[in-house]
Design a protein around this ligand. Sequence first.
Ligand SMILES: *[C@@H]1O[C@H](CO)[C@@H](O)[C@H](O)[C@H]1NC(C)=O
Ligand SMILES: *[C@@H]1O[C@H](CO)[C@@H](O)[C@H](O)[C@H]1NC(C)=O
Ligand SMILES: *[C@@H]1O[C@H](CO)[C@@H](O)[C@H](O)[C@H]1NC(C)=O
Length: 197
Amino acid sequence: MNTLLVGILLLTIPIQRSLPANPSDVDRTFSFRVVRLQCLETPYTLIDLRACKVKLRRNQPTLFLFEFDMPKLLDKMYARFTVNYKLTTYQPLLIDVSYEVCAAFNQKPGVNPTLDYVIETIRAHMPQAVQPCPYGGRYYNMSNFSLDEKHLPKSVPAGDYRIDMRVTDKHNVTMISLQCYVAVRSKGIAKLSMLEW
Ligand SMILES: *[C@@H]1O[C@H](CO)[C@@H](O)[C@H](O)[C@H]1NC(C)=O
Ligand SMILES: *[C@@H]1O[C@H](CO)[C@@H](O)[C@H](O)[C@H]1NC(C)=O
Ligand SMILES: *[C@@H]1O[C@H](CO)[C@@H](O)[C@H](O)[C@H]1NC(C)=O
């Protein structure tokens, strides 16, 4: 196994450990910036996508502009959520979770900490996105929010990340497929890139 891969595997554990912990006001060793959001496989048949982009703002967190109309109702949705780290290309790591969204929204907290973390993070930013199924039958306006650092791990290696999320119906028809690019830079003197972390 090459060193890089070992490094990535070693990294996964501390990151996951620091994930769902109390999202308190700890000083973070990094700063981050959302640089891009794109929706793939468009146009969709299950939703009418009205906005899928970010607005970069000077000295302010990036604003998400994400809206869709979903006249259909779905009682099962399958989501896959991965976090990728860019070495020369983006490598999947840290988090790779797949779940049935309707069951996940109904699951009691504590059973699956990574899933709890993902749901809580989504709920904190887009409360209307987390709702009991059937899902749909309405307009979802998830514009006008920015990523809050208190939901991120306490320590994250510097580098370029790509967060992927794909949601489908039970026939694997894409409801939404998006990629969000985030640049993480270390604060102060610590140079914490993936390989030194
Ligand atoms: C969605 O919300 C944003 C921010 O609150 C607002 O500017 C926008 O007009 C809304 N979109 C629709 C279609 O209502
Ligand atoms: C966007 O959110 C900010 C703060 O959360 C709020 O002050 C502002 O009124 C919102 N803008 C719109 C158009 O809803
Ligand atoms: C679902 O669709 C994706 C993208 O088209 C494909 O990569 C994947 O293999 C499909 N999964 C199944 C179970 O068919």
